[in-house]
Design a protein around this ligand. Structure first.
Ligand code: UDP
Length: 250
């Protein structure tokens, strides 16, 4: 079998989805990585792991650089994903050191864009779908926690650049947009863009929800010449347009 490149993007990434069957999530991360690394070893293929900013857990430093080892609760509700992805990174580096497998590890920060599912459960699609349906916007906690949202096209360019880069660039490399905003501010932006006049419904903050998240992308800039180019205002507009069409058609 001839396989040149393997992208391992398998695993639900939305908290309600990866928490729905947590043991399955760990298996997907760990067994999935082992199976694909063995395949890469057999075929001499280059393999890229879609890792995550969740390896940093609820970070105590900002922005998060790749050198930061993270602050993950190993027994919490998010651990099936966080620790699963951390273990997958371990496997990638052990296969690289022990068996010479050519690896790439990308740490993906919050990503959004058209073709997300309406019931994805993550914040951007939730807010847009709620606003377009005329339902209250659900803000978890006080909404002062931050995230940094990367448009899907930028992320894909980063993944392709990492895969195509020199074999010395194994990563981990952060891929994300460093523009950080609070969740309340995101709600305001969505309300403005959709023109919806709905209320904001404050709900309890899920367990271990990170207070802040912002990528340091110096490594990706330097080693891959990559940086995101789509500002949140443009990306949100495209995502709203997608959901307008998609929800009306449904
Ligand atoms: N969030 C929210 N309302 C929602 C969905 C999410 O306020 O309807 C919050 C969530 O608590 C978190 C942030 O938005 O602080 C990002 O959540 P998401 O599930 O999109 O991604 P992650 O927590 O994995 O970064």
């Amino acid at each position: 079998m001839v396989i040149d490149e393997i992208y391992n993007l398998a695993c639900p990434a939305s908290p309600p989805h990866y928490q729905a069957d947590p043991v399955h999530t760990v298996k997907t991360c760990v067994y999935g990585a082992i199976h694909l690394l063995e395949l890469a070893q057999q075929c001499g293929a280059r393999i890229l792991q879609a890792s995550t900013s969740e390896v940093y857990g609820d970070p105590e430093v900002s922005p998060q650089a790749e050198e930061y080892w993270g602050h993950v609760n190993p027994v919490g509700l998010r651990a099936c994903y966080d620790e699963g992805k951390r273990c997958a990174e371990t496997l990638f580096f052990d296969f690289h050191r022990r068996h010479g497998v050519e690896i790439r590890v990308a740490r993906i920060f919050n990503t959004y864009g058209p073709r997300m599912q309406a019931d994805d459960g993550r914040v951007v699609s939730n807010f847009i779908v709620q606003a377009l349906r005329g339902e209250p916007i659900t803000v978890y906690g006080d909404g002062l926690q931050t995230r940094s949202f990367c448009y899907v096209d930028d992320l894909i360019e980063g993944l392709v650049a990492l895969m195509a880069g020199p074999s010395s660039v194994t990563g981990p490399v952060n891929l994300g947009n460093p523009a950080e905003i609070t969740i309340r501010e995101l709600a305001d932006r969505v309300l403005m863009l959709t023109g919806a006049s709905v209320t904001v419904d404050f709900r309890p903050l899920p367990q271990d929800d990170p207070r802040q998240r912002r990528p340091d992308i110096a490594r990706a800039r330097e080693l891959l010449g990559w940086a995101p180019s789509v500002p949140l205002s443009v990306g949100l507009e495209k995502t709203v347009a997608y959901f307008r069409q998609h929800l009306l058609a449904a």
